[in-house]
Design a protein around this ligand. Structure first.
Ligand SMILES: Cc1cc2nc3c(=O)[nH]c(=O)nc-3n(C[C@H](O)[C@H](O)[C@H](O)COP(=O)(O)OP(=O)(O)OC[C@H]3O[C@@H](n4cnc5c(N)ncnc54)[C@H](O)[C@@H]3O)c2cc1C
Length: 473
């Protein structure tokens, strides 16, 4: 195991020369910096935190920590779900939330330059005022763009527009040694050697710190509407999903969820939009499908065709959310699933497995089959259109150790099944420190050796975000 040095008073003094009174030490450090949204994987307070402001500052800090062999962990908004920004080796946490400037649009080339701490929500809203869309749309709108790129965040619109990776053109990176490097360019294609930029995307802050991003934008579609499709059970609901692609339709989003999750979310929001039963038949699960288009006529056709399709697939009904208010309400319920579950649950874990779309019904059947073997409740929802399922394990009455033990057994089973079905263990949340063992089981020792080798090239002393993705502390 790598041995790190302690943060000394001399190092703190040197850090203060770089960052002044933004260097926070010991018990004055914000306790949020000890964790992300999934503390079940472990928490640890850093010795020092710094809310950084510039590339040059980060470079100077990294040089100092590299020379002194002190671990550093970068964080954005801390909304991650795999413990990726938790500073498990202590040391220094750098938070990018104050690097929140949109630096400028280049509308000839359809790109925008941003600092890494800009919130997804802020860029999305600002781009729309220019008629432009930043397509990645993960559920948490108050995550940073740096965090989104570092996790290759996916989200609702990935089924049509792709994930964050597809919208990164260039970036500035501070390496663990403190060297500053530019990767990528404002070009739409490249065959210029190994794509180091693509290694950075999804590397969860283990290879370097992103200090500036150039992101691709597209013209915003002018019209959008959603279909709310209730089904009697999850199997029937999920089986409808591949029909959209087979019919050569191209929805912007296809989300699925079970009723229990919707109820928690609507209770959390204090507003009920989705029906709970239709003509006396209890609803078990829903699809929420969005279409976008550049004319009202084109959108109307898509909505009509989509509605016919789900009725053929045994939906109990189809409701159209075609006004801004109805659209907003339907998606507010979808966006609050995690908050709804969190509010009602003391012990919580989740997985974010991804399988080929055609295999979703088999995977869901498997979860139902093993459900009875465990003492926790299982709640599922996810981005059905791209095969990315979020399975939550929840308990209010189990002992913590027993919960963790049973969840581990459950996760091993469902990851093994997903791998057999041709899937992978994370579609968008990443590996962090919570999923390292499962990744190793799924991709095998050669892949893990290559990943650790890449890590060592970028970070010879292994000081940046130790114990994440490809090796454990
Ligand atoms: C309610 C809710 C809904 C969510 N929905 C989705 C969803 O639909 N899709 C999805 O993909 N995720 C989702 N997430 C997870 C989370 O929002 C994403 O992983 C997000 O990308 C994390 O961004 P952050 O700024 O919070 O990063 P953090 O949690 O602070 O950090 C995440 C990782 O990124 C690294 N990092 C952060 N900034 C930088 C940087 N500048 N340079 C290098 N590394 C950096 C950190 O070291 C860490 O490894 C959801 C989370 C919540 C709470």
């Amino acid at each position: 195991m790598t041995q790190y040095n302690q943060v000394t008073p001399e190092l703190i003094a040197a850090l203060r020369e770089i960052s002044g009174d933004r260097v926070i030490v010991g018990s004055d450090v914000n306790p949020d910096y000890a964790r992300d949204e999934m503390p079940i994987y472990g928490t640890r307070m850093p010795d020092v935190s710094i809310d950084v402001l510039t590339t040059e500052e980060i470079s100077a800090i990294m040089k100092l920590c590299y020379e002194n062999n002190v671990p550093v962990t970068c964080r954005g908004a801390g909304t991650g779900l795999v413990g990726a920004c938790t500073p498990m080796a202590g040391g220094v946490v750098l938070c990018t939330m104050r690097m929140k400037q949109i630096l400028g649009y280049d509308e000839d080339n359809f790109v925008v330059r941003v600092q890494p701490g800009v919130l997804l929500n802020d860029l999305a809203e600002d781009a729309l005022t220019r008629g432009l869309l930043y397509p990645p749309d993960p559920g948490e709108k108050f995550a940073t763009l740096g965090g989104n790129v570092a996790t290759n965040a996916g989200g609702m619109r990935a089924v049509k527009y792709g994930a964050t990776r597809d919208y990164v053109r260039a970036m500035t990176v501070v390496l663990p040694t403190g060297e500053v490097v530019r990767m990528g360019a404002t070009v739409s294609k490249t065959s210029s050697g190994y794509s180091l930029m693509n290694l950075m995307i999804g590397s969860e802050g283990t290879l370097g710190i992103i200090t500036e991003l150039t992101l691709k934008l597209i013209p915003a579609p002018k019209y959008a509407a959603s279909l709310i499709c209730p089904f009697e059970d999850l199997r029937t609901c999920i089986s409808a999903v591949p029909m959209f692609k087979k019919a050569h339709m191209n929805p912007q989003a296809i989300e699925f969820f079970e009723k229990e999750i919707l109820v928690s979310s609507e209770e959390y929001l204090g507003k009920s939009v989705f029906p709970r039963s239709i003509c006396g038949t209890e609803i078990g699960a829903y699809l929420l499908v969005t279409f976008d288009a550049n004319s009202q006529e084109e959108l109307d056709k898509l909505i009509e065709q989509g509605a016919e399709l789900v009725v053929e697939a045994d939906a109990l009904d189809v409701l159209v959310a075609d006004t801004p208010a109805k659209f907003k309400d339907a998606w507010a319920a979808r966006s609050s699933f995690l908050e709804g579950i969190e509010e009602q649950t003391t012990l919580l874990d989740e997985c974010d497995v991804v399988v080929p779309v055609s295999k979703i019904p088999e995977f869901v059947d498997y979860i139902k089959e093993i459900d009875g073997e465990f003492d926790f409740d299982i709640k599922s929802f996810g981005h059905a259109g791209d095969g990315n399922l979020h399975v939550y394990t929840c308990s209010n009455d189990m002992e913590r150790d027993e919960f963790v033990r049973q969840v581990d057994q459950f996760m091993r089973k469902i990851y093994a099944r997903a791998t057999e079905l041709g899937g992978l263990i994370s579609g968008e949340h990443g590996i962090g420190m919570g999923k390292v063992d499962y990744l190793a089981e799924s991709v095998g020792p050669v892949n893990m050796r290559l990943m650790e080798g890449v890590k060592r090239v970028f970070d010879p002393k292994m000081i940046l975000n130790p114990g994440k993705v490809c090796y454990k502390l």
